[in-house]
Ligand binder design. Sequence first.
Ligand code: AMP
Length: 424
Amino acid sequence: MEYRIAKGVFDILPHDPDTKGRWRSSAYWHYVEKQIHEIAREFGFSEIRTPLFESTELFTRSIGATSDIVTKEMYTFFDKANRSLTLRPEGTAPVMRSLIEKKLCTQQKVYYLYSMFRYERQQAGRYRQHHQFGIEAVGNASPYQDAEGIILLYTLLTRLGLKNLTLHLNSIGDSIDRNAYRTALQNFLKPYFKCLSVESQARFETNPLRILDSKDSRDIEITQNAPFILEFLRDETKSHFETVCALLKNEGVYFNVNPKLVRGLDYYNRTVFEITSEHLGAQNALGGGGRYDGLIKDLGGPDTPAFGFGAGLERIIQAMLAQGAYLPEEGILQLYMIPLGEKAFAPSFHLLNQLRNQHIVAQMDFSEKKLKSAMKFANQIKAQYVVVIGEEELKTGKISLKNMKTGENKEVSIDQLVETMKHV
Ligand code: AMP
């Protein structure tokens, strides 16, 4: 039996031999993850890690019973005690569950970086296990909080060298604004009901706002002249949105107000945003989020406002490669040691550990290769320096340190190798 990887998922490898799979190189992931941890720290966010699965009810309640995720995409299973559990399809609900449970809902700024699971139809840019960096800022209703979150993601993507980004911004108001808008939108759509896609017809009663972000060409045409939610914002929600816009403008973060942006999850209110890249295909969203002031109360916690976003690492790395942004190749190997003859192994191994104790990246050939093939291998793994340690070297205490780039050899005493390597 030949085992194959499950559908819709992928391995992250040291090097993927498939050139189209370069984005799956672990060195790139390390680099992007490092930048994420760094920027989160700079913006005052601390890491949170929640379990891979939660009770199913947490997701149906928070994401919304009519959302795509809940209706089609959840990996749900029953444990041995017949509890319904679900692999997390998104990050916000688990984090809220944790903060509520630990009574930490006052002024928390947390971030996460881990896998999500969605049973998606297979297509480019959509995987059944994908990775998200997300933030959740809890306990602050200020528009400054919205601006801070958006600027964080925008700055991260810019630092990673991404260009041609579009920041789509909208406000979907609060529940009073939305109820008024919902009625107006339904009134507008009613005469076209029969021409809407089947999916949008189903959403007409349950979630008509989602019809605005339908990808179906008939729906797009019909909604072109639909009323915009921004016209339904009352003074307070309107001024919140205007402040967010002004703050972003002031920081040189350019955006498009996109009145059709509603996002797929039910818990959002007020500010919603999405950042897209020109360099991805149909699945062009790198990340998005917004304010969700009602969610914590809805999940049984205190009435606490919050703002957050989630961004996908697969798409970020793919966009970086498509644009030729800097991505480091695999880790550098500073020194490769080739012991020749049985007697050379133990002293070489001791030296290897001394080098590593001084943080020199070193490897040793354990496989008793012939000198020629060991040198060839050193070349292949891109060693910067090579030393050969044979009986002669052990007798004289001198070795020749070969610079693989220039081909130069430098004589060094074995006792001085660690010190020399620290300064090359
Ligand atoms: P969402 O929670 O759907 O708003 O997703 C947040 C971000 O995660 C998106 O903007 C994408 O970058 C990424 N994402 C969502 N679903 C997938 C998926 N199935 N495969 C790859 N990336 C995804």
